[in-house]
Design a protein around this ligand. Structure first.
Ligand code: BES
Ligand code: MN
Ligand code: ZN
Length: 499
């Protein structure tokens, strides 16, 4: 979809559908809706009176203009109460509006930039409008041989009323599009089945990104992992016929600085549980156990486009977790790259094993701060549901930077306690650590296991088990992978940007 910014009168824009907003309880349309209302002999006011709930949050009402203005149709977008509007609501509302516009066969759509009487800042509002539109229209159609859907929307026109802000608006649109397309890229990686999205495929996507944006790339193969002593990652990989890959992408946005942020993502392309095999019900969903990896690759794609002045390395361990005659077993004791030994109690607690070596490697590569994203624990889904991602950290300042970035961009994260008492649960009697701490506090002990490998390096772990996919369309998310984490990582890079 093309996105363009035009300044001009809303009544003159030629398009299939123009989106204007209606706030709950407001009977006389203001702003752009007011301008359209005038051109239409107050028919918008009539509709608002006639359909009292058309200002309700998320309600869409489509009316034809019969040639009275340039647009063929007007979509009245119910925004809810004006005092309650937020940027993230604008994202979700735009998604709903674009899907409704598509339903009535619109191919060109124009919209005002929803700023709620300037409550929202121009650049951020236009970014949110664009993000919502592009994320909300996402569909995964790769395997459909018949497309019985309405035609795609080809063009989104953002109508700029405030010409004094022209530069900020153009920039916001560009950033929003870049971010949303990167989210959609991550969603594709997640939604592809494991038979297609193998570690090898993940590596070739990383290679494409590296080539396109000039990142330094290295892919560690089994022999490289052996040479580096990555016994935890190798153990998880040993049961699979698909070769494991450890992807490293390097972006040097600030060569003069000693700081390097590591983005680490769990890339289990399929989690059967291994010998500690999972129940068959919903096991198909474990094709999405690489959503952390997808978030990191998606973010790197946007970072290649937006070029913030900050140094980032992406460290993405990718492997399947499969049962076989070669698989690792419960009871096995692994020597991780760090030298720490790990007693395996469940081969289904594999994410923390591959992340242990990835974090150690990130440190060896010079990471001064670490953030890891992982669909790590079912306990997180129980504890926080599908709304908030779980957070653990060894450094409050780094954690607050990340939670603030997440909040700015509309991703919800909740910190869980890091307390040494929890470490008792993952101490082994015959090795340094064991890979499960039992059910109590399962998200915390899993996170703190990874923290044992971060040691003194500031580290934040995000458990996205509940938020990485969704079973229904909701707001700007579509059924399937959500791409959660992509926006936070990009926003984080933007926050740390020096220029
Ligand atoms: N990938 C799973 C966690 C998961 C569960 C993600 C549900 C998304 C939805 C992880 O590898 C796992 O199996 N964790 C186990 C750990 C347990 C064996 C200590 C779990 O949560 O049951
Ligand atoms: Mn598992
Ligand atoms: Zn897993």
């Amino acid at each position: 979809m093309n996105v363009e910014v035009v300044s001009g009168s809303i009544n003159e824009i030629l398009c299939d559908t123009v989106i204007v907003n209606v706030f709950e309880g407001v009977m006389t349309p203001g702003g752009a809706a007011g301008v359209v209302d005038k051109a239409l002999d107050s028919h918008i006011s009539d509709i608002i009176r006639d359909i009292p709930d058309c200002g309700k949050y998320g309600k869409t009402t489509v009316v034809h203009t019969f040639g009275a203005i340039g647009a063929k149709r007007i979509l009245l977008l119910g925004m809810g109460k004006e005092s309650e509007i937020t940027l993230d609501k604008v994202r979700a509302l735009m998604a709903a509006a674009m899907r409704a516009a598509k339903k009535v066969h619109s191919q060109t759509v124009a919209t005002i930039i929803h700023r709620a009487s300037d409550k929202l800042e121009a650049c951020q509002a236009v970014q949110a409008v664009t993000e919502g539109a592009v994320m909300g229209l996402y569909q995964f159609t790769y395997y459909k041989t018949t497309k019985n859907d309405n035609p795609e929307i080809k063009k989104l026109v953002l109508i700029e009323a405030d010409t004094s802000q022209a530069d900020a608006i153009a920039k916001g649109a560009q950033i929003g599009r870049s971010i949303a397309e990167s989210v959609n890229f991550a969603r594709d990686l997640i939604n592809h089945p494991a038979q297609y999205m193998t570690p090898t495929k993940m590596a070739s996507h990383a290679k494409e990104i590296a080539e396109q944006y000039g990142f330094e790339l290295s892919i560690l193969e089994k022999e490289d992992m052996q040479q580096k002593g990555m016994g935890a990652l190798l153990a998880v990989a040993q049961g699979s016929a698909e070769p494991a890959k450890l992807i490293v992408l390097k972006y040097q946005g600030d060569p003069a600085s000693q700081e390097t942020i590591a983005f680490v993502g769990k890339g289990i392309t399929f989690d059967s549980g291994g010998i500690s095999i999972k129940p068959s019900q919903k096991m198909d969903e474990m094709k999405g156990d690489m959503a952390g990896a997808a978030a990191v690759l998606g973010a790197m794609r946007a970072i290649g486009q937006l070029k913030p002045q900050v140094n980032i390395i992406a460290v993405v361990p990718c492997t399947e977790n499969m049962p076989s005659g070669n698989a690792f077993r419960p009871g096995d004791i692994l020597t991780s790259m760090s030298g720490k030994t790990i007693e395996v109690l469940s081969t289904d607690a594999e994410g923390r094993l591959i992340l242990a070596d990835a974090v150690t490697y990130a440190k060896q590569l010079g990471a001064t701060k670490i953030i890891d994203l992982a669909t790590l624990t079912g306990a997180c889904v129980i504890g926080l549901g599908t709304v908030y991602s779980g957070v653990l950290t060894n450094n409050q300042q780094w954690c607050q930077t990340i939670i603030a970035a997440a909040q700015q961009i509309g991703e919800k994260m909740w910190e869980l306690p890091n307390d040494d008492e929890y470490l008792e649960q993952i101490k082994s009697s015959i090795a340094d650590l064991k890979n499960t701490g039992g059910r109590p506090g399962g998200t915390i002990t899993a996170g703190l296991f990874i923290g044992q490998f971060a040691e003194n390096t500031p580290w934040v772990h995000i458990d996205i088990a509940g938020t990485a996919d969704t079973d229904k369309d909701k707001g700007y998310n579509r059924k399937g992978g959500t791409g959660v984490g992509v926006r936070t990582l990009i926003q984080l890079a933007a926050t740390l940007n020096k220029s």
